[in-house]
Design a protein around this ligand. Structure first.
Ligand SMILES: Cc1cc2nc3c(=O)[nH]c(=O)nc-3n(C[C@H](O)[C@H](O)[C@H](O)COP(=O)(O)OP(=O)(O)OC[C@H]3O[C@@H](n4cnc5c(N)ncnc54)[C@H](O)[C@@H]3O)c2cc1C
Length: 382
């Protein structure tokens, strides 16, 4: 049975919707989350596990610093795995070093302890690295990784304990809107009366916006990004997330099971297709073995695809959307929404319960696109 009414309805059961529902329920709000398939079935369970504070603008650095605090807190409290094994950006020329020096300055300003290290120091952190072309690296030991399955499920279970209703296989089909006010959400299982809606459907966000008759242009498009997993090897072989923009915008790390997981910048779209491609398999093999030649000897077990829900400046749209009250959006994470989720949940819950937040949410203003105020393009992986 679905509830007849709920103060707040969150649409989308990925990490973003789940952490928002969790945060609202924890604050004592009456919240119902509706997910058209099962929890995590969108991009969340397809993601690369990475959590970093190494961004190139003040807002994302501050938000990710807070997010890492929350990842730490909740992983300890709820018993899922979050490891601070660092992010290592390999740099190959002076221009890259200059850009990363600027980024490090911004990160240090907010207490993120990133520093520029030598190729030899990088090799101490990951002994299998080929550093013959590397001239420096950007290293932050407090970045990390978390298991998307464990963490999303843990947040969902806790949200329920705090009283949130989580409805799987419940698809939003439309809204009941009177005088620009939301009165209810129509689902395939009936109507839930509500006055407050949060669109947390990421790659599908534009479809939900259209159902709500949102006039503001919030350009979010689905792009196919792929990932790979190899056979497991000795744990602890590759502790941090290793990044190389020179070699295919590649990112790779080792999972808790021992396999090497990661991807490259190879992108297809806009599309809702999710078939893995041979071109990706070839590129990922080539680039990964340029960064760590020993990976040539490993078997690839599986490749798969998921969506990056991209905006023109690679920053999400987070906040209240004018025109229909009370309609909030938290979508368009452009390939780094997993890491942001706990802080996004805090911002959205603050906006709903207090009308303001201490985190710099205005950076993600959903109305910036129509005003032509695009932000610095956020550092995107893959
Ligand atoms: C290969 C790959 C690697 C990635 N690596 C990383 C990484 O290392 N770190 C990182 O931070 N991010 C990474 N990402 C991005 C990350 O996966 C996403 O940003 C994040 O999962 C977005 O979460 P979400 O909850 O917003 O969206 P989703 O997980 O996609 O959830 C949206 C949900 O909405 C539901 N939905 C849609 N329409 C409806 C409807 N009408 N009614 C009800 N429900 C609906 C969907 O079923 C879906 O479950 C990666 C992505 C990919 C594809």
């Amino acid at each position: 049975m679905i509830p007849e009414k709920s103060e707040i309805v969150v649409i989308g059961g990925g990490i973003v919707g789940v952490t928002i529902a969790h945060e609202l329920a924890k604050r004592g709000e009456e919240v119902t989350l509706v997910e058209k398939r099962f929890i995590g079935s969108g991009s969340t369970f397809r993601c690369g596990t990475g959590i970093r504070q190494q961004f190139n603008d003040e807002a994302n650095v501050q938000v990710m610093k807070r997010s890492v605090e929350l990842w730490k807190k909740y992983s300890e409290e709820y018993g899922f795995k979050f490891e601070q094994t660092g992010y290592l950006f390999l740099l190959y020329d002076d221009e890259e070093v200059e850009i990363f020096k600027q980024n490090i300055k911004i990160q240090n300003k907010f207490g993120v302890p990133t520093r520029l290290i030598t190729p030899e120091e990088a090799k101490e952190i990951v002994p299998l690295l080929d550093i013959s072309e590397v001239i420096a690296a950007s290293w932050n030991p407090t970045d990390g990784k978390a298991d998307p399955f464990h963490s999303t499920t843990a947040f969902a279970l806790k949200a329920k304990e705090y009283g949130a209703k989580i409805l799987e296989y419940t698809e939003v089909k439309g809204f009941i809107i009177e005088n620009n006010e939301i009165k209810g959400v129509k689902t395939n299982r009936g109507v839930i009366k509500t006055g407050i809606v949060v669109n947390a459907t990421n790659a599908w966000a534009k479809l939900i916006n259209a159902m709500a008759g949102i006039k503001t242009s919030i350009p979010i498009e689905p792009y196919k990004h792929q990932a790979v997993i190899t056979q497991p090897i000795k744990r602890g072989t590759i502790k941090p997330m290793v990044i190389s923009f020179k070699y295919g915008h590649a990112y790779l790390t080792q999972t808790a099971h021992g396999g090497i997981i990661g991807g490259v910048g190879y992108e297809v779209g806009p599309t809702y297709d999710l078939t893995p491609t041979y071109e990706f398999l070839r590129e990922v093999s080539y680039y990964f073995s340029k960064i760590i030649p020993a990976l040539k000897n490993l078997l690839i077990l599986r490749t798969w695809a998921g969506y990056y829900a991209k905006t023109p400046d690679s920053n999400p749209a987070i906040g209240k959307v004018e025109g229909v009250s009370d309609y909030y959006i938290a979508a368009g994470f452009s390939g780094h929404g997993f890491m942001m989720a706990p802080a996004v949940a805090e911002m959205v819950a603050d906006l709903i319960t207090k009308g303001k937040t201490e985190l710099p949410v205005e950076w993600y203003d959903p109305h910036r696109f129509e005003r032509g105020e695009l932000r610095t393009v956020a550092l995107q992986m893959g």
